[in-house]
Design a protein around this ligand. Sequence first.
Ligand SMILES: Cc1ncc(COP(=O)(O)O)c(C=O)c1O
Length: 385
Amino acid sequence: MKRIYMDHSATTPVDTLVVDAMLPYFSEMFGNSSSLHSFGMEAAEALSTARKQVADAIGALPEEIIFTSGGTESDNLAIRGVITHNSGKKHVITSVIEHPAVLNTCAFLESLGHEVTYVPVDAEGLIVLSLLERSIRENTVLISVMHANNEVGTIQPIKEIAQIAKKHNIYFHTDAVQSVGKIPVNVDDLGIDMLSLSSHKIHGPKGVGVLYVRKGTIIEPIVFGGNHEKGMRSGTENIPGIVGLGKAMVLAQQRLDTDSKYMQQMRDGIISKIFCSVADVRLNGHPTQRLPNNVNLSFKYVEGESMLMLLDMKGIAVSTGSACSSKSLKASHVLSSLNIEDDYIHGSLRISLGRENTIEDEDYLVESLKETVFRLRMMSPLSSQ
Ligand SMILES: Cc1ncc(COP(=O)(O)O)c(C=O)c1O
């Protein structure tokens, strides 16, 4: 059976050029970058090349790049790093639709006695800027708002948020795990102090990421040991992974225009074909300020998980915005924050495209989805179909 992967917001296949770049660092060039002999020097050189590749891709300086184990650790390091550097009870502002890597870090801070404000979003997933600015307090030390949402793909007005933070002398962190490689990300243009990114979302290997920290931004480490990464993240560096991330960043940068135009066309094609042929469907997230590869649809009278399973049987991998618990279907915190009507919220499906998807994949998805919704509605007592 044909297998089509359309769940690129979850993870991406590693590019063969990335695999080729990594392979020697598992075998003949296996050194520890802290060692003083030639094996170590080879590894140190690879580390410094990758650092420059990542820095160049986001308009940063190599010394502003800290390699981590991924987006989750980068988010933790940014948020906990700022809080631990500042003594006393502190206040952080974030949004209600952040990834759990941010939300659960903030919940942990609250358990330690710090304060967190979760700013709401509008029906299209955009943060309400006036509410964000109004929530600033005397002891606010950090604003952390994601660049683009992983479920509905809404792109936040990051530049404006960074300006608000700057005006009030507050650090600004953004989780750019979903935006890097899909839309332009330049830390100076956007005015960002800290930025998280993750390799496995951009056709790089899993288990490696970056926290960009602007020069002059002072944070404390959260992992202690042999003072790797200038003491900001101890632990022998994952050289093959870091080399892979460096290569993936170079490719993402080179292909950004072509890939995002290609995916955006496919995204818009899927949306318009589904809207033309299926009734009672809605698009979740912002209609235009959205990631080029994100389609998030809700269908009335059907459950997301049933759609996902039937599509999987047809060889198509997508994801849903609700999780089935024993008795009830619980909608995701993101969809719940968008005030989606009850009739629709459980029938949501996220289709996240990648550069290897083809026009044939698009047609197959549209036909399969139409068939799946029709079949499920036939079984639904609520649908008049
Ligand atoms: C927006 C966002 N932040 C953080 C993460 C976590 O990244 P990682 O899987 O590299 O820990 C993800 C992964 O899904 C994400 O989508």
